[in-house]
Design a protein around this ligand. Structure first.
Ligand SMILES: Cc1ncc(C[n+]2csc(CCOP(=O)(O)OP(=O)(O)O)c2C)c(N)n1
Ligand SMILES: [Mg+2]
Length: 325
């Protein structure tokens, strides 16, 4: 990444981090409807991957998907308003935290059923190829999804049909509360499964935005050129508990401390300074991120509730063109 690109990635991660903190605070104020699964700590995966993708590629995420929605063009205001069930929300308050979707930018949804969206990403990749495009699809999912049947079905079909799809596992070492290592037969839950389907399986430091960008760019180019799918395991750690109901006390203190010292924002900031970007310039990016999220919080709080007359709009496909991106 050139310094200017890295600075933009840093600012985007700073915006996501502050939006997640705002979501946490708004939840505690009773302003968020339903639960939230915050992605603080995972920012570099969404931002690094997005920097490597084209705007017309397809992205699928899980219920822990705020970072992917924002990396693919959703604004903090749209996301926070959605969490708060406001008319200005990304899905006009019909999705909530677990279903952030922005079809116009290729963000084809966040899915609450573990593993369910992997076959859908395979379908999007198949569609892209059938239509003669060179778009690719990317499915982001957690380590827990690697023990779900749909993960294996999706990998197998994508490999057999050599489809342009990337499977990106955000391995944060835990499922809801269970360490993935306690219930998985191999050491690398995603990457070690790739050889069974004859596709490349790689591990990357998911907290290093540059490493993620470079790896995704390489695997995306391969998929785009017709060389088929790949599986990337991005190692990371969540800063908050699984969901708002979870204080995450089951994680050893020294493990938490070790990972907090390996923070994606700190790593990117270190790289920026190393590459000669003045600290004041990085500070300005932090300030812009703070202001942007403060404004988003105020705007979301001030936004009206949805009109009851709209309760039945946008809930069923009408055959229109909106989803044909
Ligand atoms: C098929 C299915 N089984 C169980 C659940 C309940 N559940 C929600 S999140 C989750 C943990 C998933 O962990 P992981 O895939 O590692 O993702 P992370 O939350 O760590 O990002 C579980 C078991 C679900 N949503 N779907
Ligand atoms: Mg996990």
């Amino acid at each position: 990444m050139e310094p200017a690109e890295l600075l933009a990635a840093y600012e985007q991660m700073a915006v996501i981090r502050r939006t997640e903190k705002a979501a946490h605070d708004l939840f505690l104020q009773g302003l968020v409807k339903g639960t939230t699964h915050l992605a603080a700590g995972h920012e570099a995966i969404a931002v690094g991957a997005s920097a490597a993708l084209r705007p017309d590629d397809y992205v699928f995420a899980t219920y822990r998907g705020h970072h992917h929605a924002m990396a693919r063009g959703a604004t903090p205001e749209e996301c926070l308003a959605e969490l708060m069930s406001r008319a200005t929300g990304l899905c006009k308050a019909k999705g909530g935290s677990m279903h952030l979707t922005k079809a116009s930018t290729g963000m084809l949804g966040s899915y609450a059923i573990v593993g369910a969206h992997l076959p859908m990403a395979v379908g999007a990749a198949w569609s892209a190829r059938l239509r003669g495009t060179d778009r690719i699809a990317v499915a982001f999912f957690g380590d827990g999804a690697t023990n779900i049947g749909a993960f294996h079905e999706a990998l197998n079909l994508a490999a057999v049909w050599k489809l342009p799809v990337l499977f990106v596992c955000e391995n944060n070492l835990y499922m809801e509360y269970t360490p993935i290592a306690d219930v998985t037969a191999v050491a690398r839950p995603a990457a070690d499964r790739a050889p069974a389907y004859g596709i490349p399986g790689e591990v990357v430091d998911g907290n290093d935005v540059v490493a993620v960008q470079e790896t995704v760019a390489r695997l995306a180019a391969r998929a785009r050129a017709g060389d088929g799918p790949a599986l990337l395991e991005a190692r990371t750690y969540r800063h908050f508990g699984h969901s708002r109901a979870d204080p995450a006390t089951y994680r050893p203190a020294e493990e938490v401390e070790r990972w907090l010292k390996h923070d994606p924002l700190d790593l990117a900031r270190g790289r920026l300074i190393e590459s000669g970007v003045p600290e004041a310039v990085v500070h300005e990016a932090d300030e812009r991120a703070t202001t942007a999220v403060q404004k988003a919080v105020e705007a979301a709080k001030a936004a009206p509730a949805p009109d009851p007359d709209e309760a039945l709009t946008d809930v069923w496909a009408d055959g229109g063109a909106a989803w044909r991106t």
